[in-house]
Ligand binder design. Structure first.
Ligand code: ADP
Ligand code: CIR
Length: 346
Protein backbone atom coordinates (compact mmCIF):
# COMPACT_ATOMS: atom_id res chain seq x y z
CA UNK A 1 0.00 0.00 0.00
CA UNK A 2 0.89 3.63 -0.34
CA UNK A 3 2.56 4.34 3.00
CA UNK A 4 2.06 8.09 2.95
CA UNK A 5 -0.37 9.78 5.33
CA UNK A 6 -3.23 10.94 3.04
CA UNK A 7 -3.51 14.56 1.99
CA UNK A 8 -6.44 15.91 4.02
CA UNK A 9 -7.06 19.64 3.66
CA UNK A 10 -7.32 21.69 6.86
CA UNK A 11 -10.89 22.75 6.06
CA UNK A 12 -12.07 19.10 5.92
CA UNK A 13 -14.80 18.52 8.53
CA UNK A 14 -15.46 14.77 8.16
CA UNK A 15 -15.07 12.46 11.14
CA UNK A 16 -12.17 10.82 9.28
CA UNK A 17 -10.31 14.12 9.09
CA UNK A 18 -11.12 14.83 12.71
CA UNK A 19 -10.01 11.49 14.15
CA UNK A 20 -7.26 10.11 11.90
CA UNK A 21 -3.90 11.17 13.35
CA UNK A 22 -0.46 10.58 11.80
CA UNK A 23 0.50 8.37 14.73
CA UNK A 24 -2.68 6.28 14.38
CA UNK A 25 -2.04 5.95 10.64
CA UNK A 26 1.51 4.69 11.25
CA UNK A 27 0.28 2.12 13.80
CA UNK A 28 -2.49 0.74 11.61
CA UNK A 29 -1.23 1.07 8.04
CA UNK A 30 0.33 -2.39 7.73
CA UNK A 31 -2.53 -4.33 9.34
CA UNK A 32 -5.14 -6.24 7.37
CA UNK A 33 -8.17 -8.32 8.29
CA UNK A 34 -8.55 -12.01 7.38
CA UNK A 35 -10.34 -10.78 4.22
CA UNK A 36 -7.38 -8.61 3.25
CA UNK A 37 -9.11 -5.33 4.17
CA UNK A 38 -6.68 -2.53 5.07
CA UNK A 39 -6.78 0.91 6.68
CA UNK A 40 -6.32 2.40 3.22
CA UNK A 41 -9.46 0.60 2.04
CA UNK A 42 -11.37 1.78 5.13
CA UNK A 43 -10.52 5.47 4.64
CA UNK A 44 -10.50 5.76 0.85
CA UNK A 45 -14.05 7.12 0.60
CA UNK A 46 -13.25 10.01 2.93
CA UNK A 47 -9.86 10.62 1.30
CA UNK A 48 -11.39 10.86 -2.19
CA UNK A 49 -14.49 12.72 -0.97
CA UNK A 50 -13.33 15.53 1.23
CA UNK A 51 -16.95 16.67 1.73
CA UNK A 52 -17.85 13.37 3.47
CA UNK A 53 -19.69 13.59 6.75
CA UNK A 54 -18.05 10.43 8.07
CA UNK A 55 -15.58 9.13 5.46
CA UNK A 56 -14.93 5.53 6.60
CA UNK A 57 -16.36 2.08 5.80
CA UNK A 58 -15.71 -1.40 7.24
CA UNK A 59 -14.91 -4.40 5.02
CA UNK A 60 -15.93 -6.96 7.62
CA UNK A 61 -16.75 -7.28 11.31
CA UNK A 62 -13.03 -7.59 12.11
CA UNK A 63 -12.41 -4.09 10.68
CA UNK A 64 -14.23 -2.63 13.68
CA UNK A 65 -11.76 -4.23 16.12
CA UNK A 66 -8.55 -4.16 14.07
CA UNK A 67 -9.01 -0.47 13.22
CA UNK A 68 -10.78 0.39 16.49
CA UNK A 69 -8.49 3.37 17.26
CA UNK A 70 -10.15 5.07 14.28
CA UNK A 71 -13.65 3.51 14.38
CA UNK A 72 -14.24 3.81 18.15
CA UNK A 73 -14.07 7.62 18.40
CA UNK A 74 -16.28 7.92 15.30
CA UNK A 75 -18.83 5.50 16.81
CA UNK A 76 -18.61 7.37 20.13
CA UNK A 77 -19.25 10.72 18.47
CA UNK A 78 -22.02 9.62 16.09
CA UNK A 79 -24.03 7.36 18.44
CA UNK A 80 -22.78 8.56 21.83
CA UNK A 81 -21.75 4.92 22.41
CA UNK A 82 -18.60 3.93 24.30
CA UNK A 83 -16.27 0.98 23.76
CA UNK A 84 -17.57 -0.81 26.88
CA UNK A 85 -21.26 -0.24 26.17
CA UNK A 86 -23.56 -3.03 24.98
CA UNK A 87 -26.31 -2.89 22.43
CA UNK A 88 -29.91 -3.98 23.02
CA UNK A 89 -32.72 -4.80 20.65
CA UNK A 90 -36.47 -4.33 21.11
CA UNK A 91 -38.74 -4.67 18.11
CA UNK A 92 -42.04 -5.16 19.94
CA UNK A 93 -44.59 -2.84 18.26
CA UNK A 94 -46.67 -2.88 21.47
CA UNK A 95 -43.91 -0.80 23.09
CA UNK A 96 -44.19 1.95 20.48
CA UNK A 97 -46.44 4.95 21.16
CA UNK A 98 -47.14 6.47 17.77
CA UNK A 99 -50.72 7.46 16.92
CA UNK A 100 -50.74 9.15 13.51
CA UNK A 101 -49.50 12.72 14.17
CA UNK A 102 -51.12 14.00 10.96
CA UNK A 103 -54.40 12.15 10.24
CA UNK A 104 -55.55 14.98 7.92
CA UNK A 105 -52.46 14.48 5.71
CA UNK A 106 -51.46 18.13 5.80
CA UNK A 107 -47.76 17.68 6.59
CA UNK A 108 -46.56 14.08 6.34
CA UNK A 109 -46.26 12.90 2.74
CA UNK A 110 -44.93 9.43 3.51
CA UNK A 111 -43.26 7.27 6.15
CA UNK A 112 -40.40 4.83 5.58
CA UNK A 113 -38.46 2.63 7.99
CA UNK A 114 -35.48 0.56 6.89
CA UNK A 115 -32.86 -1.62 8.45
CA UNK A 116 -29.53 -2.76 7.05
CA UNK A 117 -28.45 -6.39 7.41
CA UNK A 118 -25.45 -8.46 6.30
CA UNK A 119 -24.86 -12.19 6.29
CA UNK A 120 -22.75 -13.78 9.01
CA UNK A 121 -19.20 -14.81 8.02
CA UNK A 122 -19.27 -13.19 4.58
CA UNK A 123 -17.24 -10.01 3.90
CA UNK A 124 -19.16 -6.74 3.73
CA UNK A 125 -19.63 -5.08 0.33
CA UNK A 126 -16.27 -3.25 0.37
CA UNK A 127 -14.34 -6.51 0.66
CA UNK A 128 -16.66 -9.05 -0.98
CA UNK A 129 -15.65 -10.88 -4.18
CA UNK A 130 -17.86 -10.94 -7.28
CA UNK A 131 -18.52 -14.65 -6.77
CA UNK A 132 -19.49 -14.16 -3.12
CA UNK A 133 -21.74 -11.21 -4.02
CA UNK A 134 -23.57 -13.21 -6.67
CA UNK A 135 -24.04 -16.03 -4.18
CA UNK A 136 -25.42 -13.59 -1.61
CA UNK A 137 -27.87 -12.27 -4.20
CA UNK A 138 -29.08 -15.78 -5.02
CA UNK A 139 -29.50 -16.83 -1.39
CA UNK A 140 -31.40 -13.67 -0.42
CA UNK A 141 -33.65 -13.88 -3.50
CA UNK A 142 -34.39 -17.51 -2.58
CA UNK A 143 -35.26 -16.60 1.01
CA UNK A 144 -37.53 -13.75 -0.14
CA UNK A 145 -39.45 -16.15 -2.40
CA UNK A 146 -40.84 -17.84 0.71
CA UNK A 147 -42.48 -14.66 2.07
CA UNK A 148 -46.24 -14.78 2.35
CA UNK A 149 -49.31 -12.54 2.58
CA UNK A 150 -48.68 -8.81 2.31
CA UNK A 151 -44.92 -9.41 1.98
CA UNK A 152 -45.25 -11.62 -1.10
CA UNK A 153 -43.56 -10.09 -4.13
CA UNK A 154 -40.97 -10.48 -6.88
CA UNK A 155 -37.26 -9.92 -7.25
CA UNK A 156 -36.03 -7.57 -10.02
CA UNK A 157 -32.27 -7.81 -10.68
CA UNK A 158 -30.61 -4.55 -11.73
CA UNK A 159 -28.69 -6.48 -14.35
CA UNK A 160 -30.95 -6.33 -17.42
CA UNK A 161 -33.39 -3.78 -15.98
CA UNK A 162 -34.16 -1.01 -18.50
CA UNK A 163 -32.89 2.49 -17.62
CA UNK A 164 -36.46 3.71 -17.88
CA UNK A 165 -37.72 1.30 -15.20
CA UNK A 166 -34.65 1.91 -13.03
CA UNK A 167 -34.96 5.71 -13.18
CA UNK A 168 -38.68 5.63 -12.42
CA UNK A 169 -38.06 3.43 -9.35
CA UNK A 170 -35.35 5.88 -8.19
CA UNK A 171 -37.51 8.95 -8.81
CA UNK A 172 -40.41 7.41 -6.89
CA UNK A 173 -38.08 6.81 -3.89
CA UNK A 174 -38.16 3.00 -4.11
CA UNK A 175 -34.70 2.17 -5.46
CA UNK A 176 -31.13 3.18 -4.56
CA UNK A 177 -29.42 5.60 -6.90
CA UNK A 178 -26.60 4.61 -9.23
CA UNK A 179 -23.01 5.87 -9.11
CA UNK A 180 -22.87 7.18 -5.54
CA UNK A 181 -19.29 8.54 -5.33
CA UNK A 182 -18.98 7.81 -1.59
CA UNK A 183 -19.84 4.14 -2.15
CA UNK A 184 -17.72 3.95 -5.32
CA UNK A 185 -14.59 5.11 -3.48
CA UNK A 186 -15.32 2.55 -0.76
CA UNK A 187 -15.24 -0.26 -3.34
CA UNK A 188 -18.96 -0.85 -2.89
CA UNK A 189 -19.86 -0.34 -6.56
CA UNK A 190 -17.45 -2.92 -8.03
CA UNK A 191 -18.94 -5.13 -10.80
CA UNK A 192 -22.07 -2.91 -10.93
CA UNK A 193 -24.86 -3.74 -11.74
CA UNK A 194 -24.29 -7.46 -11.33
CA UNK A 195 -25.45 -8.95 -8.05
CA UNK A 196 -27.71 -6.00 -7.19
CA UNK A 197 -31.45 -5.74 -7.31
CA UNK A 198 -34.73 -4.92 -5.65
CA UNK A 199 -37.54 -7.10 -4.32
CA UNK A 200 -40.93 -5.59 -3.70
CA UNK A 201 -44.53 -6.51 -3.05
CA UNK A 202 -47.28 -5.49 -5.45
CA UNK A 203 -48.05 -2.06 -3.96
CA UNK A 204 -44.42 -1.31 -3.00
CA UNK A 205 -45.04 -1.04 0.74
CA UNK A 206 -42.43 -3.70 1.41
CA UNK A 207 -39.07 -3.71 -0.39
CA UNK A 208 -35.64 -5.26 -0.05
CA UNK A 209 -32.51 -3.85 -1.67
CA UNK A 210 -29.87 -6.48 -2.37
CA UNK A 211 -26.12 -5.71 -2.35
CA UNK A 212 -26.16 -1.95 -2.25
CA UNK A 213 -24.26 -0.47 0.74
CA UNK A 214 -25.32 -3.48 2.80
CA UNK A 215 -26.24 -6.95 1.56
CA UNK A 216 -29.83 -6.33 2.61
CA UNK A 217 -31.78 -3.16 3.18
CA UNK A 218 -35.21 -4.23 4.41
CA UNK A 219 -37.74 -1.46 3.89
CA UNK A 220 -41.34 -0.77 4.86
CA UNK A 221 -42.99 2.39 3.51
CA UNK A 222 -46.33 3.94 2.67
CA UNK A 223 -48.05 7.28 2.10
CA UNK A 224 -49.14 9.26 5.16
CA UNK A 225 -48.13 9.15 8.82
CA UNK A 226 -49.22 5.77 10.16
CA UNK A 227 -45.80 5.07 11.66
CA UNK A 228 -46.92 2.09 13.72
CA UNK A 229 -48.31 0.27 10.69
CA UNK A 230 -45.03 0.82 8.83
CA UNK A 231 -43.00 -0.41 11.83
CA UNK A 232 -45.19 -3.47 12.41
CA UNK A 233 -44.88 -4.55 8.77
CA UNK A 234 -41.11 -4.13 8.92
CA UNK A 235 -40.76 -6.21 12.09
CA UNK A 236 -42.86 -9.03 10.63
CA UNK A 237 -40.62 -9.03 7.55
CA UNK A 238 -37.33 -8.93 9.48
CA UNK A 239 -38.44 -11.86 11.63
CA UNK A 240 -39.51 -13.93 8.61
CA UNK A 241 -36.26 -13.29 6.74
CA UNK A 242 -34.22 -14.08 9.87
CA UNK A 243 -35.63 -17.63 9.84
CA UNK A 244 -33.84 -18.18 6.50
CA UNK A 245 -30.75 -15.98 6.75
CA UNK A 246 -28.17 -15.77 9.53
CA UNK A 247 -27.55 -12.05 10.04
CA UNK A 248 -24.18 -10.77 11.24
CA UNK A 249 -24.63 -9.53 14.84
CA UNK A 250 -22.34 -8.73 17.74
CA UNK A 251 -23.40 -8.14 21.36
CA UNK A 252 -21.30 -4.98 21.42
CA UNK A 253 -22.05 -3.43 18.03
CA UNK A 254 -25.45 -4.97 17.23
CA UNK A 255 -26.09 -5.61 13.53
CA UNK A 256 -22.85 -5.25 11.59
CA UNK A 257 -23.02 -2.79 8.70
CA UNK A 258 -20.62 -1.27 6.15
CA UNK A 259 -20.93 2.26 7.54
CA UNK A 260 -20.36 2.83 11.28
CA UNK A 261 -23.37 5.19 11.37
CA UNK A 262 -25.66 2.21 10.74
CA UNK A 263 -24.37 -0.15 13.44
CA UNK A 264 -26.69 -1.37 16.20
CA UNK A 265 -30.27 -1.34 15.02
CA UNK A 266 -29.18 -0.33 11.48
CA UNK A 267 -32.54 1.41 11.50
CA UNK A 268 -33.49 4.69 9.84
CA UNK A 269 -37.10 5.73 10.42
CA UNK A 270 -38.09 8.74 8.36
CA UNK A 271 -40.96 10.87 7.21
CA UNK A 272 -41.12 13.12 4.19
CA UNK A 273 -42.72 16.17 5.72
CA UNK A 274 -43.78 19.61 4.45
CA UNK A 275 -42.55 22.38 6.74
CA UNK A 276 -42.92 25.61 4.71
CA UNK A 277 -42.78 28.02 7.66
CA UNK A 278 -40.51 26.18 10.07
CA UNK A 279 -37.85 25.51 7.45
CA UNK A 280 -37.46 29.30 7.09
CA UNK A 281 -36.85 29.60 10.84
CA UNK A 282 -33.58 27.68 10.90
CA UNK A 283 -32.89 28.22 14.61
CA UNK A 284 -36.25 26.80 15.70
CA UNK A 285 -36.06 23.96 13.14
CA UNK A 286 -32.60 22.87 14.25
CA UNK A 287 -33.36 23.28 17.96
CA UNK A 288 -36.21 20.76 17.66
CA UNK A 289 -34.31 18.28 15.48
CA UNK A 290 -31.30 18.42 17.82
CA UNK A 291 -33.44 17.89 20.93
CA UNK A 292 -34.91 14.69 19.44
CA UNK A 293 -31.64 13.39 17.88
CA UNK A 294 -32.92 13.83 14.34
CA UNK A 295 -31.16 14.20 11.02
CA UNK A 296 -32.45 16.36 8.15
CA UNK A 297 -31.94 15.07 4.59
CA UNK A 298 -33.21 16.15 1.18
CA UNK A 299 -36.13 14.33 -0.46
CA UNK A 300 -33.88 12.30 -2.71
CA UNK A 301 -32.01 10.82 0.23
CA UNK A 302 -28.58 11.19 1.64
CA UNK A 303 -26.45 14.03 0.22
CA UNK A 304 -29.41 15.35 -1.81
CA UNK A 305 -30.57 18.95 -1.60
CA UNK A 306 -34.19 19.31 -0.78
CA UNK A 307 -36.81 20.38 -3.29
CA UNK A 308 -39.33 22.97 -2.15
CA UNK A 309 -40.41 22.66 1.46
CA UNK A 310 -40.40 18.89 1.91
CA UNK A 311 -37.71 17.40 4.16
CA UNK A 312 -36.62 13.89 5.09
CA UNK A 313 -36.55 13.77 8.90
CA UNK A 314 -35.12 10.65 10.57
CA UNK A 315 -33.52 9.30 13.73
CA UNK A 316 -29.79 9.91 13.92
CA UNK A 317 -28.71 7.45 16.64
CA UNK A 318 -28.97 3.75 15.90
CA UNK A 319 -26.52 2.02 18.25
CA UNK A 320 -26.96 1.61 22.02
CA UNK A 321 -30.66 2.38 21.64
CA UNK A 322 -33.40 -0.09 20.73
CA UNK A 323 -35.45 -0.05 17.54
CA UNK A 324 -38.35 1.29 19.61
CA UNK A 325 -36.22 4.26 20.72
CA UNK A 326 -35.15 4.95 17.11
CA UNK A 327 -38.76 5.21 15.94
CA UNK A 328 -39.87 6.98 19.13
CA UNK A 329 -37.16 9.65 18.61
CA UNK A 330 -38.51 10.26 15.11
CA UNK A 331 -42.15 10.24 16.24
CA UNK A 332 -41.64 12.60 19.20
CA UNK A 333 -39.65 14.99 17.03
CA UNK A 334 -42.20 14.96 14.22
CA UNK A 335 -45.02 15.75 16.67
CA UNK A 336 -43.07 18.78 17.89
CA UNK A 337 -42.15 19.88 14.35
CA UNK A 338 -45.83 19.81 13.34
CA UNK A 339 -46.83 21.80 16.47
CA UNK A 340 -44.18 24.42 15.65
CA UNK A 341 -45.28 24.60 12.00
CA UNK A 342 -48.91 25.13 13.10
CA UNK A 343 -47.91 27.90 15.52
CA UNK A 344 -45.89 29.71 12.87
CA UNK A 345 -48.78 29.47 10.41
CA UNK A 346 -51.20 31.31 12.74
P1 ADP B 1 -31.23 5.07 3.29
O1 ADP B 1 -32.49 5.52 3.93
O2 ADP B 1 -31.37 3.69 2.83
O3 ADP B 1 -30.09 5.33 4.19
P2 ADP B 1 -31.32 7.32 1.40
O4 ADP B 1 -31.26 8.43 2.39
O5 ADP B 1 -30.45 7.48 0.20
O6 ADP B 1 -30.89 5.92 2.00
O7 ADP B 1 -32.81 7.15 0.97
C1 ADP B 1 -33.16 6.14 0.06
C2 ADP B 1 -34.43 6.45 -0.69
O8 ADP B 1 -35.52 6.40 0.21
C3 ADP B 1 -34.43 7.84 -1.31
O9 ADP B 1 -35.03 7.76 -2.58
C4 ADP B 1 -35.33 8.63 -0.41
O10 ADP B 1 -36.00 9.67 -1.05
C5 ADP B 1 -36.31 7.56 0.04
N1 ADP B 1 -36.98 7.89 1.30
C6 ADP B 1 -36.43 8.08 2.51
N2 ADP B 1 -37.34 8.38 3.42
C7 ADP B 1 -38.55 8.38 2.79
C8 ADP B 1 -39.89 8.63 3.18
N3 ADP B 1 -40.22 8.90 4.45
N4 ADP B 1 -40.84 8.55 2.23
C9 ADP B 1 -40.54 8.25 0.94
N5 ADP B 1 -39.31 8.01 0.52
C10 ADP B 1 -38.31 8.07 1.42
C1 CIR C 1 -20.30 10.28 4.23
O1 CIR C 1 -19.33 10.10 4.95
O2 CIR C 1 -20.82 11.37 4.05
C2 CIR C 1 -20.88 9.06 3.54
N1 CIR C 1 -19.93 8.01 3.58
C3 CIR C 1 -22.18 8.64 4.21
C4 CIR C 1 -22.13 8.51 5.69
C5 CIR C 1 -23.43 8.05 6.32
N2 CIR C 1 -24.19 9.16 6.71
C6 CIR C 1 -25.05 9.24 7.72
O3 CIR C 1 -25.21 10.31 8.27
N3 CIR C 1 -25.74 8.16 8.09
Amino acid sequence: MNDEFPKLPSNCTSMLCKHLSKEMFENLKSKQTANGFTLKNAINSGVENIDSGIGVYAGDEESYTLFSPLFNPIIQEYHDFGKNDTHQSNMNPDNLYAPNPDPDKKYIVSTRIRVGRNINNIPLGSAISKKQRNKVEASIAKALKTLKGELKGDYYPLFGMSKEVQNKLIKDHFLFKEGDRFLAAAGLNRDWPEGRGIYHNHNKTFLVWINEEDQLRIISMQKGGNIKEVFTRLVTAIKSIATKIDFSYSNHLGYITSCPTNLGTAMRASVHIALPKLSKNKLMFHTITKKHHLQIRGVHGEHSKTEGVIYDISNQRRLGVTEIVCVQDMYNGVVELIEAEKKLSK
